[in-house]
Ligand binder design. Sequence first.
Ligand code: BYC
Length: 474
Amino acid sequence: MTINYSDRIPNNVDLGSNRTLQRALEHWQPEFLKWWEELGPKDFQVADVYLRTATSVDAKGWATYGYVRMPEYRWGIFLNERDPNRRIGFGDNFGQEVWQQVPGEYRATLRRLIVTQGDTEPASVEQQRMLGHTAPSLYDLRNLFQVNVEEGRHLWAMVYLLHAYFGRDGREEAEELLERHSGDADKPRILGTFNEPIRDWLSFFMFTYFTDRDGKFQLKSLAESSFDPLARTCQFMLTEEAHHMFVGDTGINRVVRRTLEVMHELNTDDPQVIRNAGAIDLPTVQRYLNFWFTSSLDLFGSETSSNAASYFANGLKGRPDEAQYEDHIAVEQAYTLELPDGSGGTKSEQIPMRNAMNEVTRSSYVRDCEIGVKRWNRVIEKAGHSFRLALPSTRFRRSIGNWAGVPTTPEGVPMSAEQFTEHKQAWLPSESDQTFILSLMHGVHQPGKMAAWIAPPDRGINNNPVDYEYVKLH
Ligand code: BYC
């Protein structure tokens, strides 16, 4: 199979004249397409989907809209333009020139970071592959597929780096990115959250709000990297990520709005009555939020991490928005952590700032998550209800780090395992919650029509009306 490079793979990496890269991609591209057909969105491969495609990095080309069949999507390779004056912004090499090639001593670590990032992208497509059948509207169906093709493009972005800068082991890693699969017993995806099934649209909206936002913060950290091609790749990926979080933010907002309408119509806040009317009661929304927020917290790694300290020292991975900090060396500062004391209480511990970088990033993430919660709560407040959604404590239901396996209340107060089991049903989606949510999931595929559990969006995509035929099914 030969590839017409500028047409088939839009790029700004001069792919047309790079033979080595072409050979690597000629081998990998058919494997990618095979993977897409087998594990990408199930059954919608011949639908015409109104998608945006990035055809260049400038304002005009980064979002070109039109109908596309997904297997024909033009997965491109884009890096932000190179800034010839860019300098290392943090760590022991602060102020030195950034690297255009991978320094030998950091090769294995950088490859590991790129593979970990790359692994999440196809994983999320696999997790979401069954959702097309139960989309609450054509508008939502289109958004799902937009997210999916762009996660595919983000995989291409990481594979480009592996092929272009890591030789044979990079090519092998690129192949393995298509061999691990979400939830696979033998070859699972690397990070926990990406092995969780996403069977329903409430989970999809929670995932795009909370887990894609982890993506935002991890990409922001990598966008600071001294390895300039990685930094520039991640800077461009961030422009696409914003829409994914928008899908989650507005999706949850619309679920809440519909619930409030039903509460108003029936003059009740009784969860069972709301459920009987086909809407999702707010305590259930809270339980799904608890699940996906806490799962996403784990993606930042341990509170104390010598890995994170050396990524920072060596200039591989910075803090999100590193420029906002005064001290970019961070060798003399300390960070105070509240940790479990092993006997049901907590203790304070000071650790070197560099070892706390995962926690610094996690804290910025939590503050960003709060913004949406406040917005959803304003909608609830305006409707005259006292119920409030809330982010649980970063200690709650953790599987990674110092709080892993320590039972606490959603407010973060340690408790016994027995007490936790007793209250779990109130805090996390139970089997009956999941059965109920799944019972609402039926595809609505007529333009402009919405499922009964979700309000319509305020506006359509790219100035089109909400009842536009965003997906043409054949
Ligand atoms: N599950 O020293 P620690 C996205 C491992 S999402 C399983 O604390 P470190 C997206 C860890 O790998 C963004 N294992 O870890 C969103 C390490 O293993 P090794 C993804 C975990 O290295 C939606 C060991 O535990 N981006 O883009 O400081 C849709 C020790 O841990 C987990 C990245 O991941 C976990 N949750 O930090 C689509 C960026 N957490 O190495 C896409 C690149 C930790 O000892 N990755 N472990 O075998 C990184 O920066 C770091 O690897 C991590 C972990 C932040 C993930």
